[in-house]
Design a protein around this ligand. Sequence first.
Ligand SMILES: [Zn+2]
Ligand SMILES: [Zn+2]
Length: 347
Amino acid sequence: MRGITFLGDRKLQLAEFPDPTPGPRDVVVEIKASGMCGSDLAPYRATGETSSLGLGKVSGPVIAGHEPCGVVAAIGSAVDERTTRLGSRVMVHHYSGCGACRHCQTGWTQMCSSGSTVYGRTGHGGHAPYMKVPAYTLVALPDELSFTTGAAISCGTGAAYQALRRMNLAGGDTIAIVGQGPVGLSATQLAVAMGARVIALDVSAERLARAKEFGADAVINPKSDDAAAAIKTLTHGAGADLTLDASGSAAGRLIAVRGARKWGTACFVGEGGDVTIDVSPDMLRKQLTIVGSWTFSTTIQADCARFVADRKIGVDHLFTNRWQLAQADEAYRLFDQQTSGKGVFLM
Ligand SMILES: [Zn+2]
Ligand SMILES: [Zn+2]
């Protein structure tokens, strides 16, 4: 089979790999949809070292793609039949760990004390026809959901869902969401479904227009407005109850910190980079809580899928581009501009 590998310097390759066969505790998933994630851009753009974001060393070419969704095509001899069956529709929680530490046992294998494998980064991912993973990484895809929705929930939408849970978002809250890429737009969509009032921010007019379509009550473009002041204007001078930075930029994080009200909470979900805050006025004197949120556990992934299915949330509308693997070059060249919506490879 052929899979997409990132070579750095905005180059990629469709490389030849042997078709995977499952070990005793593994399954092979026939991939139906494999999403493109903003965090793919780090290894895609990397100059030299492609194992950025501190997720470990990469040995040899690794198949990219960490939003895999498909059907079970082969099952190892030691996999309990209650875990999965041939033909089951599944998402993959795209990490594996030791299985014994407290993080693994609570479904947070990405935080494994012995170090984890991140599929699509340090282990072969979903941008290929088949993917081999331990059976415990599977999360059932509800019948009501498409494979593309399952792909989105496997990283971007799931990460947005957990970030909102992390802040205990309630229906009476006003939340400002900075960055309306795939994660921020998912957060907008989910927060609206949870009953919150959403103020959406992005430097792209195209992305702001989509945020409006997804239910944002108000939009702000930080290129033309003082964003923190604009958030205060929209909240009777107080600031937002909650703010979420999904941009991963220093400027975006500062808007999240400064746009939150006194006793508010700001959450950082966008990866990489840094931020400098003026601690006393920006944080202490506001009694501000700042939290970090990194993806989600296996059970939260399942909860997110259930929520999306029950509330009939149009996660598929996040996707503006559907690609074949052979179009990988064009797909990532467009995604690299960060003005469009989400892309997905369909197999
Ligand atoms: Zn991701
Ligand atoms: Zn572990």
